[in-house]
Ligand binder design. Structure first.
Ligand SMILES: Nc1ncnc2c1ncn2[C@@H]1O[C@H](COP(=O)(O)OP(=O)(O)OP(=O)(O)O)[C@@H](O)[C@H]1O
Ligand code: SF4
Ligand SMILES: [Mg+2]
Length: 344
């Protein structure tokens, strides 16, 4: 469904954002992976976090859930429906994870326990969070397997993960993520491990559950086709920073940041103007600069519009027309490109 026909979460904005992330930074030992990013997600909307490999998407999502390895420094504030996730105690956090925020990861085999039936793994969350008896949880699990369109759902309860195909395992992960009616689902590259047909089936399922269960979705992807089709808004990440934030429709109509423009150029636009290919973001020439140790704009070595000033200080993310953009040239278009430096 094209973004323009979707229900924008902003209709529900009077409630305030569901998730409000402010000045989030994540530093692994010796590596600053996420640099001072801020974004919000409204009730019921889909925000896509997009950017090429290593730009900090997963570090961001794990930070929100406080699931980063020990020794990782995290700074900033994350407010989820009035709860300060970085300051709430471990018990409250366990209750939020899995119950109010569901998580779906790229490869279900790493998240599912290979020696327990998929039914028991789903039911366990219902027993823990919803205080159902095992008998009640078993019945509800069969309903959930049906909800995620697993054929012959009641008989699949006793299957082990290895008895299922990759697409079916991902449906099990989705059933687990939505089992307690969460307000937010974080899906980190939920379909990357699947073939193209299964990818769109799983995304269509996720989107239909989002509408049916009135959840918000943080959809992490490096696939612009996915963004165009399923997101309400998009935050484009580059080297640990958000460089452009806009309504998905506006971003696709007119990308402003040179990196976003490069992504669009690397994406084949089909004749009907509403669908985009599965172009990979890495098709922009050059490689991602490390977020650590950068002096100026991290995109400068790959940017055809760079000026000398771009090499001295990172641009701030500022409001520009209908969006937020972190590019001093885009927001002050009078400066001459410094072509001698970039050599293009
Ligand atoms: N546990 C870790 N320890 C040290 N560095 C890490 C760790 N996890 C990730 N990184 C580094 O942090 C940066 C951001 O990683 P992250 O996994 O968030 O990228 P990503 O955008 O999710 O990429 P991908 O699209 O490949 O999943 C990368 O440079 C990565 O190498
Ligand atoms: S700030 Fe300069 S280098 Fe960075 S994206 Fe804008 S023009 Fe390019
Ligand atoms: Mg990742």
């Amino acid at each position: 469904m094209p973004p323009s026909t979707r229900t924008p979460g902003s209709i529900l904005r009077s409630q305030g954002p569901l998730l409000d992330v402010r000045n989030l930074s994540v530093t692994f030992p010796g590596h600053l992976a996420v640099r001072d990013i801020s974004f919000h997600i409204d009730h019921g909307e889909t925000l896509a976090l997009v950017g090429e490999s290593g730009c900090g998407k997963s570090a961001t999502s794990f930070a929100l859930m406080r699931l980063l390895p020990r020794g990782t420094a995290v700074a900033g504030e994350v407010n989820f429906n009035g709860i300060d996730l970085f300051r709430t105690d471990a018990r409250a956090l366990r209750n939020i994870r899995g119950k109010r925020i569901g998580l779906i990861l790229q490869e279900p085999m790493t998240s599912l326990n290979p020696v327990r039936t998929i039914g028991d793994q789903i039911a366990e969350g219902l027993v823990r969070h919803e205080k159902l008896t095992w008998t009640q949880a078993r019945t509800r699990t069969a309903e959930l397997l049906d909800l995620v369109r697993i054929p012959d759902a009641a008989r699949r309860y006793d299957d082990y993960p290895h008895n299922m195909s990759g697409g079916m395992r991902q449906r099990v992960m989705i059933a687990m993520a939505v089992s307690c009616n969460p307000q937010l689902v974080i899906a980190d590259e939920p379909t990357t491990a699947l073939d193209v047909t299964l990818q769109s089936e799983v995304l269509e399922l996720l989107d239909s559950l989002r509408r049916q269960l009135q959840m918000a979705l943080l959809l992490i992807t490096h696939d612009l086709g996915v963004v165009a089709q399923w997101a309400d808004r998009v935050a484009v990440m580059y080297a640990g920073r958000i460089v452009e934030q806009a309504a998905a429709h506006d971003l696709f109509e007119r990308p402003v940041h040179p990196y976003s423009q490069g992504l669009m150029r690397a994406t084949l636009r089909l004749d009907d103007g509403t669908h985009y290919s599965n172009a990979r973001l890495s098709e922009i020439p050059g490689s991602v600069a490390s977020a650590a140790g950068e002096q100026g704009c991290a995109f400068a070595p790959r940017c055809s519009q760079a000026t000398e000033a771009c090499y001295h200080a990172p641009p701030a993310l500022v409001p520009f027309r209908d969006r937020l953009v972190a590019c001093r040239v885009a927001v002050e278009p009078s400066e001459e490109p410094f072509r001698a430096v970039v050599g293009r």
